[in-house]
Design a binder for this molecule. Structure first.
Ligand code: APR
Length: 236
């Protein structure tokens, strides 16, 4: 089976009602990134940071996968599929994708500030990280999110996966945030790269021979998945 590696960003969840970051109505329009998504914000006002992520978590309960997420799962019938997502939502999992690596963390998890390997699922009935929710080392539990200015612990694992790709697909990301955007440089020469995003023709940070599909995820992913499934069937 050929291996498809898919890099997704906020755009794939836009049609599920989750705001992107940098579009004109994006999430960062309403917040200063440095107030809610940096280690300094946590130091200065951890309650504000907790509130921000607890709101995101509650919003997630009302969100469902769209055709973008759903069509990706269909590829698994004829390909080995690895998703690398920059998203902290769980819509790929909800859709049924088997292999999802969360580069920037997960809203549904919390972790210790002292021991980064102490990671827990947030209790479904509480659905929030509470003030006073302490780790075994006596410190407030924090969101399991990679903030601006923090290292991305899974980037090397992601780069290795990208190197193994026979086909690479990028969906709904502005390719503006590194190191995630740099993953494209790990694609082996000659491997087809597809980029699905309404602004696909405007984004400079993809390689010259990338096949650009300037569509919303629900349309563009459905088209490409059908095409790739046809190819796989004809190859057999
Ligand atoms: N379908 C596909 N793409 C869409 C759609 C849609 N329906 N609507 C918008 N988009 C595209 C936009 O054109 C844009 O290119 O989604 C992209 C969203 O870009 P960003 O808001 O920059 O989000 P992303 O690339 O995921 O951001 C990367 O930055 O803020 C940090 O950690 C955060 O993971 C995030 C990272």
């Amino acid at each position: 089976m050929k291996k498809i590696v898919v890099l997704t960003g906020a755009g794939i969840s836009a049609e599920s009602g989750i705001k992107t970051f940098r579009d004109s109505d994006g999430l960062w329009e309403n917040y200063r990134v440095e107030d809610v998504a940096t280690p300094e914000a946590w130091e200065n006002n951890y309650e504000l940071v907790l509130n921000f992520y607890n709101e995101r978590l509650q919003q997630l309960d009302k969100a469902f996968p769209n055709d973008g997420h759903n069509y990706l799962t269909k590829l698994e019938s004829h390909y080995e599929v690895q998703i690398i997502t920059q998203n902290v939502d769980d819509l790929h999992e909800k859709a049924g994708s088997s292999n999802v690596l969360h580069l920037h963390g997960e809203l549904r998890k919390k972790r210790s500030q002292v021991n980064p390997d102490y990671i827990l699922e947030i209790d479904k009935t509480e659905n929030q990280i509470k003030k006073g929710d302490l780790c075994p080392w006596g410190q407030q539990m924090r969101p399991h999110i990679v903030w601006f200015g923090e290292a991305v612990p899974l980037i090397e694992e992601a780069a290795k996966l990208v190197e193994q790709a026979d086909i690479f697909i990028i969906i709904g990301t502005s390719m503006a945030v590194y190191p995630a955007a740099g993953l494209i440089y790990y694609v082996k020469p000659g491997i087809p790269i597809y980029y699905i995003d309404p602004k696909a023709n405007e984004t400079p940070n993809v390689s010259k021979n990338t096949i650009r599909i300037a569509e919303k995820a629900s349309i563009g992913v459905a088209q490409l998945v059908n095409e790739l499934l046809e190819k796989a069937k004809n190859a057999n």
